[in-house]
Write a protein that binds this ligand. Structure first.
Ligand code: GS8
Length: 219
């Protein structure tokens, strides 16, 4: 019997986009369910009772939560195509380290850029660029973090690329100017169908962040 795969997701979530990219890389057919995070569905609450967050991947009725764990699960289950991890344990450990770094720093600093202003925003911007520079160092001369092909860190990080416009516009800076190698990597990744069809429209993300800021009462 064919697998029944559902992705509980929400439009502009960089975490949800990771699941979309990994499933597309593997060529998995799945049902996409867009959650209204202001009014979560009973299925989401039942599937992720601990965090109550998207994304959740449900395969044959069994839920898997947390986007990095979801990518690893996808890679293990659909292992016949587009491996996202190296065979080498040391390379795998390094990939997990950098994906964790993206989780801890990129989302957090990026969010502070649009949520704060003044000195706090400048600080967030500096930290964000420092993180991207460290990632440039890890990328080195390789086309992808995964080497010659898209890997775990690529999937973890590239979902934020469609948020870069929002960070740049609120922060008044250019990632292209500060971190050209990261932007060259973004271009390489977005040439892949699995990536470009999974990412949100940067302009629409920027507009929705504007509305969300009004909703939160921050200018
Ligand atoms: C983060 C998911 C998350 O923040 C992961 O899957 O990697 N560590 C998790 N999901 C957000 C939407 S994206 O900003 C979410 O579901 N928020 C709903 C809520 O907090 O109520």
């Amino acid at each position: 019997m064919a697998d029944k795969v559902i992705l509980l997701d929400s439009g502009y979530s960089p975490f949800g986009m990771r699941g979309r990219i990994a499933l597309a890389e593997k060529g998995v057919h799945y049902e996409y369910k867009d959650e209204n995070l202001q009014e979560k569905s009973p299925l989401l609450l039942k599937s992720n009772p601990v965090h109550k967050k998207i994304p959740v991947l449900i395969r044959n009725g069994k839920p898997i939560c947390e986007s990095l764990i979801i990518i690893q699960y996808i890679d293990e289950v659909w292992n016949g195509k587009s491996p996202l991890f190296s065979q080498d344990p040391y390379e795998r450990a390094k990939a997990r380290f950098w994906a964790d770094f993206v989780d801890k720093k990129i989302y957090e600093c990026g969010t502070r850029i649009w949520k704060t202003k003044g000195d706090a925003r400048e600080q967030a911007k500096m930290e964000f660029l420092d993180c991207l520079k460290l990632l440039e160092g890890e990328l080195g001369e390789k086309p992808y973090f995964g080497g010659n092909n898209l890997g775990f860190v690529d999937v973890a990080l590239v979902s934020f690329a469609c948020w870069f416009y929002t960070y740049e516009t609120y922060g008044n800076f250019s990632i292209e100017e500060e971190c050209p190698e990261i932007m060259a990597w973004v271009k390489r990744c977005t040439e892949k169908e699995s990536v470009f069809k999974s990412l949100g429209d940067p302009q629409k993300i920027y507009e929705s962040v504007g509305l969300y800021k009004k909703f939160l009462g921050i200018e």
